[in-house]
Design a protein around this ligand. Sequence first.
Ligand code: ADP
Ligand code: MG
Ligand code: MG
Length: 920
Amino acid sequence: MAAKRVFFFGGGKAEGNGAMKDILGGKGAGLAEMTNLGVPVPPGFTISTEACNLYYRYRGKLPQDVKAEISANLSKLERVIGKKLGDPKNPLLVSVRSGSKFSMPGMMDTVLNLGLNDKTVEGLAQKSRNPRFAYDSYRRFLMMFSDVVLDLPKGNFVDIFDEKKLERGAAYDVDLVAEDLMDLCGKFKALVKERLKREFPQDPLVQLELARDAVFRSWNNDRAKYYRKTNGIPDDLGTAVNVQAMVFGNMGDDCATGVGFTRNPATGAKEFYGEYLVNAQGEDVVAGTRTPHQIRDMKKALPRVFDQLMRITAKLEKHYKDVQDFEFTIEGNTLYMLQTRNGKRTTAAAVKIAVDMVKEKLITKEEALLRLEPQQIDQLLHPVIDPKARLDVVARGLPASPGAATGAAVFHAERAVEWATEGKDVILVRKETSPDDIHGMDVARGILTAKGGMTSHAAVVARQMGKTCVAGCDAIDVDETTNRFMVGGKIVHEGDFISLNGTTGEVILGKAPLIAPAMTGAFGVFMSWADAVRRLKVRANADTPRDARVARDFGAEGIGLCRTEHMFFAEDRIPIMQEMILARTMENREAALSKLLPMQRDDFKGLYREMKGYPVTIRLLDPPLHEFLPKREELMVEVTKLELIHADRSIIEEKKRLLERVEELHEFNPMLGLRGCRLGIYYPEITRMQARAIFEAACDVTREGIRVHPEVMIPLVSMAGEMRAQKEIVVAVAEETMRRHKKKFPYTVGTMIELPRAAVTADEIATEADFFSFGTNDLTQTTFGFSRDDSGKFIQNYMNRSELCPQCGAKLEKDLSCAVCKVTYTKRAENILQADVFATLDQVGVGQLVRMGVEKGRSTRPGLKVGICGEHGGDPKSVEFCHRIGLDYVSCSPYRVPIARLAAAQAVLREKKPGKGGKK
Ligand code: ADP
Ligand code: MG
Ligand code: MG
């Protein structure tokens, strides 16, 4: 016997059940499961997703054996109901409903009241003694079937319907009487004939076949495809078709139809939530035909049915152990359930519901922790744009740092600071940002750049600051000299209000209304459960006391990376920094450094005070020095200008000296040049100054009675000798300082592993290093040989090749044709990368270097403390990898700390139950 393709439900136990979503689709599985639970469900049968796939395989023809199975099930349905499809006296009417494995609300099609024709409508009218109801059902069917099956859009019918209401002075559909509806049915049929040059199909069996195939086809309509693409649902699953006896919510005032949730999907509150309409059918509630009533009002209007609905939905929730999103119809005071599924909800609601359900003993803490995607938590930490607001979206860039922001557009960091000090909200708009812009970024509500990728300067810094950022928005044309940007023919001037959605990448004109994040009590409880489970520690990357405080508030257990260079970009420091760099003698350099020392010491004191004994990893100066100097081209222009206006000779000379030095320091490949530990080895006085600042600050803060735990990190080490050279300096300063201050505290000196050679020789390096922190940004850069700042374009191409024309790179059409090259391909190109390696750790390559580094490092220094800092530390997949290979901690931007905490907990839970993930 061939495989079973059709599954009956009703009249006893169903042939399917709730676990069969793969073949019955979510809706079919739900209907079967409800039937088995004894919940009142109109009987019917589900044609499986496999039948849908056969339909596609045989190019629109369903195999004979499947058709036979359908007919047998139809006969069974007729028997169970005691009515026959097409019977002119007592007709069976059915709905033909789509439903795939993953819910795709409203994306596919459904036809109601099928089986009506000119004869059966009369039979229905007589049998029900309600002609109004019969013709109301017929006009609905004519319209829906034409729309879904015959491709004659609904709008045409709605126009005629509205005309009729106008003519009859009827405000709503319910105000029309039987004759009006009868007349409408005639008009609808005439429209079909006129437009399609054929009669509306009258044979109910033909109607059924056509509707079934239309539902199969709706799997591949554009809406559904788009939804699948954006939600990561595979294209080859197919939809099931549910053929179900109709029950009628449109027979009169003891009838109704509605939808609801067992808990509030926006807040998670345990309250019945939903809407219903009296004397109505299915789509009316959502279509806005009339204004629906709140479901709690049903308690008064239909008390008995309301109680029953409460009971049944509570039972369903208990059974599925999750919030249910349900659809129901009431016919003559009798309740029927038509659908149930786990409800979609906001993150805030998801947290509250998970916590409540643990308290109600419905689920365990472990289950609760697996119910959220770590990524989702982000929504709770930032303001969002009011979802009800109407927005003037003018462009879309990369969603570089989530949240939403609104403010006046400014084009320079100085102006940002100036206006922010006056209390104005500003959005900093730049072609791209550089370290010079930090102070402007710091005060801005959000950052918008025209260039750069997800790991551009703007994106990385914004994420660390927890600041909304839309990066790489190439639709905007920024002019930083005239202080404006052009977008789609519009001009935005300095001071004009704009808004950003960093979660979607949208750029919006005007002030978008924002909703502040609500840190509910449930969130704290939820996170405490995560903390109890995880083994990985979570630290934050923070350079300022303010970042450190945010990090602590979000539960960071230390600072994993403090980048000291950020401290030198402040307005009062950069001249001293430049003085230091321009110095020709060690003496002059030391003089400048001694001015920086007290400032740097204060920076560290602030961090220690915030971290109260938690470890603070401080990385010594890392970037190439030219980053602190004016750009060469700018200086050249300046000198020329000064000469033209015959400026004071001494000023010109000074600029020229500066230019000379900048040229001397010029490097072809600064990222591979004099930077990292090479700087500290070449100019040991820099390391000495920084070490002094670190340890003097520690002594001072210890004196205040606060515990400290500095960890000095040497950047960009590739040889054990480099580590040794720098460590000697740091240890000498540490010991000398502690002696001088008569203070003692624990401290360590370790290194960042961010070059392949360091990972490969980790055993040697570990003999010198107390700890390793994998700098996976640079490690990815150097392992792939991808420049972080220049690789955005081709990484995007590598990730999307299957969508693109292999010849010209244009986006392919659905049928794999290229509109530009006029070629149709037979297969798609292979994607070379599955994800952006700067956002999600490349486990196959870079990850292996990390794994090797850990193993080799611990082979010569057992118990070596190992962590990771960099963007990957806050990426859930990468966190799971870090857990698996036995790291001690991850460090990420403060706003990602809660995400990493949950990801670390889930890593433990997944390990316990192999193969069992959270939701997809
Ligand atoms: P969707 O997937 O778009 O929600 P459904 O197949 O659930 O489409 O159908 C939409 C609505 O049509 C249902 O919520 C219900 O109100 C109505 N409906 C579907 N089947 C029946 C039926 N057998 N009897 C009465 N109403 C039905
Ligand atoms: Mg539905
Ligand atoms: Mg680095």
